[in-house]
Ligand binder design. Structure first.
Ligand code: NAI
Length: 296
């Protein structure tokens, strides 16, 4: 099946780190994009953030001002879910919680037209389970971007047990048309990337907990000797500990408590303290203006 036409209306739900990034990718590909968030003002704020980011590229001579304006003009904050009724594709990027996502998908099923594809950016939750309570589970699939979505090429196209192949093929072709490198996967806990990445986070956290070294040294080692772009502590600070911890818990539970995926108490402490990482100004490191890293 071919990609969605670039005039097709896209809706993104959740204007956080991922939703904003996905909205930007779709708008850059030429789609009109509506962005919705239950947090008042969040969608407009996210669009302003995208405009600011693109403005930096204009200043650096990497993007035409006219192109920036065109991308920003294609982004609209939506005041109500009902405003998304005419969408060809809805991408959900809200909190990593199955019941909350299921509630949203039930609402979307009632609002969106029969041809609308309902996609989730979930990192780990079962697409099969997410779709199971809907009347038409076949139009649900995972469209899993990585952070930051405008930069990272990989996108996992996740098929649940009921997902229609025509839908996953369309998402694959659409992600490709958006300049991404899609990969098909089945809905296993954590899919591919979050499955293989779990030991990377877990062993780093265990090393820290055992006092082997501090997070800055461990990050430097993973970067310099391991060849990773980021160490586990700077990466989880970027992802957000609320999100990363929820994903670990979800994978751990889905594999019936397999020790390899056991969540870390150190990370739980950060979540309990509201130290979510970059987005809250502090995680393993301190991002407050003028702060010397690391804080942990
Ligand atoms: P975030 O916390 O930055 O943003 C979530 C947004 O969703 C918030 O603005 C919140 O107000 C909004 N929201 C919550 N419930 C809502 C609802 N019922 N309706 C509308 N909006 C609602 O989270 P982030 O990092 O953007 O993650 C979102 C999803 O993407 C999660 O499922 C996460 O697992 C997944 N993901 C996260 C990645 C990351 O590195 N942070 C990478 C890939 C996927």
């Amino acid at each position: 099946m071919s990609a969605l036409h670039k005039d097709a209306a896209i809706a993104v739900i959740g204007a956080g780190a991922m939703g904003a990034g996905i909205a930007q990718v779709a708008a850059q590909a030429g789609h009109p994009v509506a962005l919705y968030d239950t947090r008042e003002g969040a969608a407009a704020q996210a669009i302003a953030g995208i405009a600011k980011q693109l403005g930096k590229r204009v200043d650096a001579g990497k993007l035409d001002a006219a192109e920036r304006d065109a991308v920003v003009a294609r982004l609209t904050p939506a005041a109500r879910l009902e405003d998304l009724a005419g969408s060809a594709l809805v991408v959900e990027a809200i909190v990593e919680n199955l019941e909350v996502k299921r509630g949203l998908f039930a609402q979307l099923e009632a609002i969106c037209g029969d041809d609308c594809i309902l996609a989730s950016n979930t990192s780990s939750l079962s697409i099969t389970s997410l779709a199971a309570t809907l009347k038409r589970p076949e139009r649900v699939a995972g469209l899993h971007f990585f952070n930051p979505a405008p930069v990272m090429a990989l996108v996992e196209i996740v098929a649940g047990l009921a997902s229609d192949k025509a839908i996953t093929d369309c998402l694959y072709a659409t992600a490709k048309a958006w300049g991404k490198k899609p990969v098909h996967t089945k809905s296993t806990p954590g899919f591919i990337v979050n499955r293989v990445a779990r030991p990377f986070y877990a062993e780093s956290l265990r090393l820290l907990q055992e006092g082997a070294s501090d997070c800055a040294s461990l990050d430097a080692l993973l970067r310099d000797a391991g060849g990773f772009r980021m160490g586990a502590f700077e990466l989880t600070d970027l992802i957000g500990h609320d999100v990363n911890y929820a994903v670990t818990c979800s994978v751990f539970n889905a594999y019936y408590g397999d020790f390899r995926f056991q969540p870390s108490l150190i990370q739980k402490e950060l979540v309990d303290a509201g130290r979510f990482g970059r987005k809250s100004g502090r995680g393993f490191y301190d991002y407050a203006e003028g702060a010397e890293r690391p804080a942990a």
